[in-house]
Design a protein around this ligand. Structure first.
Ligand code: SAH
Length: 344
């Protein structure tokens, strides 16, 4: 049976070639061909005949297929991508000054069941494979170069699409190793962010195995009780434990932990919540992203008024904490945070 070329990090590919009595230099050539030159067809250039035969016999190069594209007024693009078995996920390109950040999905659905999240209502169908994570990047990047050639390439990756990335640890780790690899896309370690609802076993492993990659924690409340209701996994892995783990991460001078704070009207958006969040995070190397709740069909919560969001921001700033109000890019096409759902 053929395996996907895109599931091998550089070391695994090198070892595979060696095990098959082929020159390990093939790994450099193949990474260059597929990830730097961005070719989709198998490489025949400069590659020894024995290696070419091996490639044909052992590798498949299939990619997710774009089955739908929505372009927002603000230039956000949302793709519906179909995997080989017919399962679909969404991938979003978020523009910022001619550059794009890609928001990648890591699971079909999600097991976390957060009460404010559209994806959570789907339940978990399955984990995505490494090649399906890599595939979202390759396909979105191709689309961008074809449809918006004047814009710059993607250089930022956030695992903030559908799914809990740390719950699909191995595939997300291998995909990240491939993105980071010097022989290929060579994305900077500071340009990748993994966002977690607080899945502690994954977080502990991530810090050991993937140091330097940015971490974003979906905080959403400084109070355990309130957080339990928003993020049920908090009952098993409480915020206090998560923060203990995060506080042990060695950070460079200009490196920060991102705390995402979803603001829900009359639930976690009051001055009391803001002060408690300030007390909790003060003195930490933190950036806080305030995300006003994005409604979706059937959601039980409401978005706060902008004035309240700004008030929340001011209170955090009084604790010397930088707090950014995250735009709601793509909300006209249901591509904003928490609006991704592919059940239909
Ligand atoms: N599972 C990961 C990554 C996916 S969600 C995590 O929980 O961090 C990416 C961000 O969007 C998270 O901070 C999530 O809490 C937020 N989000 C989910 N639903 C939302 C909604 N309806 N409105 C605004 N943000 C939402």
């Amino acid at each position: 049976m053929k395996t996907s070329f895109y599931q091998y990090n550089f070391e695994a590919l090198t070892n595979l070639l060696i095990e098959n009595d082929l020159s390990p230099s093939g790994a450099t050539l193949l990474y260059n061909w597929h990830y730097k030159q961005k070719k989709l067809k198998p490489c025949t250039h400069n590659v020894a005949l024995a290696t070419q035969n091996f490639i044909h016999e052992h590798f498949s190069f299939s990619m997710p297929e774009i089955v739908d594209v929505h372009e927002s007024k603000d230039q956000t693009v949302k793709f519906l991508m179909q995997m080989e078995d017919g399962q679909k996920v969404e991938t979003v390109l978020i523009p910022f000054q001619n550059k794009y950040t890609i928001c990648i999905s890591t699971q079909v659905g999600c097991a976390m069941k957060c009460s404010f999240c559209f994806t959570g209502t789907q339940g978990l169908k399955r984990h995505l494979k490494t090649e399906e994570i890599i595939g979202q990047f390759i396909i979105a990047d191709r689309w961008l170069r074809k449809h918006r050639p004047e814009d710059q390439q993607l250089k930022n990756i956030v695992y903030m699409g559908q799914g809990e990335p740390l719950h699909n640890f191995d595939a997300v780790k291998t995909a990240s190793e491939i993105f980071l690899d010097q022989h290929g896309t060579s994305i900077g370690v500071q340009k990748i962010t993994v966002s977690t609802a607080g899945y502690l076993p994954g977080l502990i492993r991530w810090n050991e195995e993937m140091p330097g990659v940015n971490i974003a924690l979906s905080l959403h409340s400084p109070f355990e009780e309130k957080r339990n209701k928003l993020i049920p996994i908090n009952q098993r892995y409480p915020l206090s434990e998560i923060l203990k783990c995060i506080d042990l991460i060695p950070l460079k001078r200009k490196q920060y932990i991102i705390y995402e704070y979803l603001l829900i009207k009359n639930y976690n958006d009051t001055d009391v919540d803001a002060h408690a969040t300030g007390e909790l995070l003060k003195g930490k190397q933190a950036i806080i992203n305030l995300i006003p709740f994005n409604p979706f069909p059937g959601s039980e919560y409401e978005r706060p008024e902008l004035a309240q969001v700004e008030q929340f921001q001011k209170i955090l700033e009084s604790y010397q904490l930088p707090a950014l109000i995250r735009g709601t890019k793509g909300d006209d096409i249901l591509a904003a945070c928490g609006q991704l759902n592919t059940k239909a």
